[in-house]
Design a protein around this ligand. Structure first.
Ligand code: GLV
Length: 326
C-alpha cells in the first residue's frame, strides 16, 4: 500500500516533523513568508491524506468537497476558526489543534501587551529613538498603574487562568466573564465571575480571549466601548473578528476609552497605514501570542504527532471533532 501523504502549508522546522516523515510522504510549501496560493492548496488537498495547516489558511467546505482522500487536518494553533469543522466532520476528517503547549507563553504575551499599553513602553522607546529626549519632566510619558487595578478577562479558559495567575502577582482585582463558571479560577486565583456589562463598567483593563464563533464575532462594538471606563484599556489576544475595528478607532479618538493593545486584527496582516496603527495610544503586534521559539517548536511537534496518530488510527492528543467521527 502507498504511504499516506501529508501536505504542510508553510515552512516548519525539519526536526519537528521527523516523526511524520517516518510514516508518510511529506511535502512542504517551503516558504517562510509566502502563503500557499489557494489553487495550489486545493490541488494538494485533492491528493493528500493529511493537511498540516496554519491559522491563515482557509480550510473550507469547498476544500473538503475536493479532498477525497483527506483523513486529518492538523492546524498549528489552538484556535481553529479558519477550519470549517462542520464540513470536516461531514466528510469524516479529524481536525486537530495545539492547546496547552502555548498557554503560558500566550499569557506572558497578553500581560506584556497590557504592561506595554498601560506604561506606554513602545511610545517611550520611540521617543528616545527619534532623539526627542531633551529633559526629564514630572509627567513625561506618564501612563497608568497596573498594580491594584481591575482586570476583566472575557473568555476564561486555560490562557485566561494563566493571565489571572500573573495578575495576582500585581495584586489586581480579577473579574472574568465566560459562558460557564470557572470554579478553579475562582478558588485558586480569587477571580470573580461578572456579567459582561459589569466587566465593562468596572475593569481598568478589558482583555478579550474568546475564540471566534458566531456568538463572539463583532461583540466588541460601539455600544460595548461606550460602556467602558474612560481610562480603560482594551486588549485583544483572542481573534480580531471579535472587534468592530472602526468602532474601536472611533472610541479611542473620541476618548471613550484610553487606548488598546492588540495582537490580532480583523484581516491580517495589517498595513502600516491601518487606522489602529496610526493611533499613538494603541500598541499593535503581529499576532505573536505564542511566538517563543520553544513554544512554536512544541506546537509544530504536537501538530506532527496529532497527524501521525490519526494516520495510525490512534486518538490524537488534541482533536476538536474526534468523538463525532469515531
Ligand atoms: C493563535 O492565535 C492560536 O490560536 O494558536
Amino acid at each position: 500500500m502507498d504511504n499516506p501523504s501529508v501536505f504542510i502549508t508553510r515552512k516548519v522546522p525539519e526536526d519537528t516533523i521527523a516523526p511524520l516523515r517516518e510514516v508518510a510522504d511529506v511535502k512542504m510549501w517551503d516558504y517562510e513568508d509566502t502563503p500557499v496560493p489557494r489553487d495550489i492548496l486545493l490541488e494538494e488537498a485533492e491528493t493528500a491524506t493529511a493537511l498540516y495547516t496554519i491559522l491563515s489558511d482557509g480550510i473550507d467546505r469547498e476544500l473538503f468537497e475536493r479532498a477525497k482522500h483527506l483523513k486529518v487536518v492538523g492546524n498549528l494553533a489552538v484556535g481553529y476558526d479558519n477550519v470549517d469543522v462542520g464540513a470536516a466532520t461531514e466528510h469524516g476528517v479529524v481536525v486537530c489543534n495545539t492547546p496547552d503547549v502555548l498557554t503560558d507563553t500566550t499569557a506572558d504575551l497578553a500581560f506584556a501587551l497590557l504592561m506595554a499599553a498601560a506604561r506606554r513602553i513602545p511610545e517611550a522607546e520611540q521617543y528616545i529613538k527619534e532623539g526627542k529626549w531633551g529633559n526629564w519632566s514630572p509627567l513625561l510619558l506618564a501612563g497608568q498603574d497596573i498594580h491594584h487595578k481591575t482586570l476583566g478577562i472575557v473568555g476564561m479558559g486555560r490562557i485566561g487562568e494563566s493571565v489571572a495567575k500573573r495578575a495576582t502577582g500585581f495584586e489586581m482585582e480579577i473579574l472574568y466573564h465566560n459562558r460557564s463558571r470557572n470554579e478553579k479560577a475562582e478558588k485558586e486565583l480569587g477571580a470573580t465571575y461578572a456579567l459582561f456589562d459589569e466587566i465593562l463598567e468596572r475593569a481598568d483593563f478589558v482583555l478579550n480571549l474568546t475564540p471566534l464563533t458566531s456568538e463572539t464575532k463583532g461583540m466588541f462594538n460601539r455600544n460595548v466601548f461606550s460602556k467602558m471606563k474612560k481610562n480603560a484599556i482594551f486588549l485583544n489576544v483572542g481573534r480580531g473578528g471579535a472587534v468592530v475595528e472602526e468602532d474601536l478607532v472611533a472610541a479611542i479618538k473620541q476618548g471613550d476609552i484610553a487606548g488598546a493593545g492588540l495582537d490580532v486584527f480583523q484581516k491580517e496582516p495589517i498595513p502600516e497605514d491601518h487606522p489602529l496603527v496610526q493611533l499613538p495610544n494603541v500598541v499593535c503586534l503581529p499576532h505573536i501570542g505564542s511566538a517563543s521559539v520553544e513554544t512554536r517548536k512544541a506546537m509544530c511537534s504536537l501538530t506532527a504527532r496529532n497527524i501521525r496518530n490519526v494516520l495510525s488510527g490512534e486518538r490524537p492528543e488534541a482533536a476538536v471533532n474526534w468523538d463525532e467521527i469515531k
